[in-house]
Design a protein around this ligand. Structure first.
Ligand SMILES: [Ca+2]
Ligand SMILES: [Ca+2]
Length: 249
């Protein structure tokens, strides 16, 4: 494994260290499929490569946008002849928690990585416009697990701030899940989940500053145990800052 220093999420790691956690200031490149191995793939918001079925061939997850429709993502599996037919998931797919709506923006942010350490990559799909109970646009993130047979909706989980043990409570218009990232930040070999809440506000600070949430990977991951929030208080900043605009590996 090759180690490199943090670039895009330097402030995240710096904040995490300030919070007294074990997050290191280096990232580890895991030997997983690179974007370059999937011709024409991008690492932008709408398409991500990963190995969801563990056959060491690159697969691809892409966002499907339908104006006025509920969000969808499609997985295309890599094979000898290139990528196969798309298999589509949405909140209507049996096993996927929650109800789909045009405003929840399921799949608008995407991340890929092995969060439970079984060697199969998961897909993390943000749905930042999700309503939690009566809290409009609080936001939620769906984790779909990789298996030997590929990505499955079975056992899919919602990671959101309404969960018991979450590091903060849901907030109206927070847009939790506006940006998502899977990266092994604590160096234990399993990917950790980082989620931005672009619109988080604070009573004593102007405008929406945002927040970043960290959920460690591990057996059964992502885990609530060891999860924490990075806020203006963590970073000791006052006044107008944005701390959750985008997350970059
Ligand atoms: Ca996995
Ligand atoms: Ca880890």
């Amino acid at each position: 494994m090759r180690r490199r220093t943090l670039a895009g999420i330097g402030s995240l790691a710096a904040g995490a260290v300030a919070a007294g956690s074990a997050v290191a200031l280096t990232l580890t490149d895991e030997p997983r499929v690179s974007a370059a191995q999937v011709t024409g793939a991008t690492t932008g918001r709408s398409a991500k490569p990963g190995d969801f079925d563990g056959d060491h061939r690159a697969d691809l997850v892409v966002k499907r946008y339908r104006p006025g429709g509920t969000g969808q993502i499609s997985v295309l599996y890599g094979g000898k002849g290139g990528l196969g037919a798309p298999v589509t998931f949405s909140k209507e797919t049996p096993g996927v928690p929650g109800q789909g709506s045009a405003s929840d923006r399921f799949g608008d942010s995407l991340a890929v990585g092995d969060l439970d350490g079984d060697g199969f990559a998961e897909v993390v799909a943000g749905a930042a416009g999700t309503r939690l109970g009566k809290t409009e646009r609080a936001g939620a993130v769906t984790v779909l697990y990789g298996t030997r047979k590929g990505l499955t909706a079975k056992g899919a989980r919602s990671v959101d701030l309404s969960l018991a043990g979450a590091p903060a409570r849901p907030q109206k218009h927070e847009l939790f899940g506006s940006s998502v990232l899977v990266q092994d930040l604590n160096g234990d070999g399993t990917g950790d989940l980082v989620i931005a809440g672009y619109g988080r506000t604070y009573p004593d600070l102007p405008s929406s500053i945002g927040a970043v949430y960290y959920f460690p990977g591990g057996k059964g991951g992502p885990l609530l145990k060891g999860a924490f929030a990075i806020t203006p208080r963590t970073l000791n900043v006052k006044g107008f800052w944005r701390i959750a605009e985008t997350l970059m590996p």
